[in-house]
Design a protein around this ligand. Structure first.
Ligand SMILES: Nc1ncnc2c1ncn2[C@@H]1O[C@H](COP(=O)(O)OP(=O)(O)OP(=O)(O)O)[C@@H](O)[C@H]1O
Ligand SMILES: [Mg+2]
Length: 234
């Protein structure tokens, strides 16, 4: 499988502080990576570093063999990074449809395709961003990343704070995007089982370094390892 993403000895943080220290990982085209770790271990910092939103101190990020780490955030979006930050980055004063059409780039994913994936958004296409529920905002944030027609989707805790029924709905959509449409993705999650079930690979961070890397299945089938790494057994 052709390699899509290659991260080598990445060091990054905020100002002089180094949070991510010596992270290396790779991802093949069409693969999904579950990025796990307890609170404050650097998951968001790593995702944000891939998107260009932190201070990088060292190392390299290559997408399809081209350097990403030298590019500004908007250039990374153009190069194929679709980022859904932990704090949902929708425009609150624009409608659902304006949110999608303002950032859409030519390709397979269109606002209409997003509405088919999330019928709730279709019903609310004229509503302003600040008139949406948390779950609808999360769907819109995912939709905004999709209409960029990225090569790599970065989802930072897409299920956080959602009611169980919305968790199911969003998980189904993410599974469709990653498993059926084979869009490569890195998904950060606190509740590992649901994400491990739809991922190919898994990386666990602790104190800004990789403490485990392997297949998602290996981690799913090893509850005691999961417990030791994350303090959870489900
Ligand atoms: N803007 C910031 N400025 C300075 N330090 C920060 C900033 N954001 C995060 N940190 C620090 O970086 C470390 C890693 O934080 P990060 O948000 O990457 O963790 P996380 O694994 O995503 O946690 P969570 O699961 O709670 O989202 C923490 O010690 C945090 O305090
Ligand atoms: Mg985080």
């Amino acid at each position: 499988m052709a390699e899509l993403l290659r991260v080598e000895r990445l060091r990054a943080g905020y100002g002089e502080a180094v949070v991510i220290d010596g992270v290396s990982l790779g991802l093949g085209a069409g693969e999904t990576l579950a990025l796990l770790g307890r609170n404050g271990t650097g998951k968001t910092t790593l995702i944000n570093t891939l998107a260009g939103a932190t201070r990088q101190h060292g190392g390299s990020i290559m997408l399809n063999g081209a350097a990403l780490h030298t590019l500004a955030p908007h250039q990374r979006a153009a190069a194929g990074i679709g980022w859904v930050p932990q704090e949902r980055n929708i425009f609150k004063s624009l409608t659902v449809h304006e949110n999608l059409s303002a950032v859409a780039r030519p390709g397979k994913w269109t606002p209409e395709g997003v509405y088919r994936m999330f019928p709730r958004l279709a019903e609310r296409r004229g509503n302003l961003g600040n008139q949406l529920s948390g779950g609808e905002q999360q769907m819109l944030a995912v939709g905004r990343a999709l209409v960029l027609n990225p090569q790599l989707l970065l989802l930072d805790e897409p299920l956080e704070g959602l009611a169980p029924i919305l968790v199911e709905e969003l998980l189904r959509a993410i599974r469709r995007i990653t498993r059926e449409e084979r869009l490569a993705a890195i998904i950060v999650e606190q509740h590992p089982q649901a994400i491990l079930a739809i991922s190919d690979r898994a990386v666990v961070l602790d104190h800004g370094t990789v403490v485990h890397a392997g297949t998602a299945r290996q981690l799913r089938d090893a509850p005691e390892l999961l417990e030791r790494l994350l303090g959870v057994s489900r």
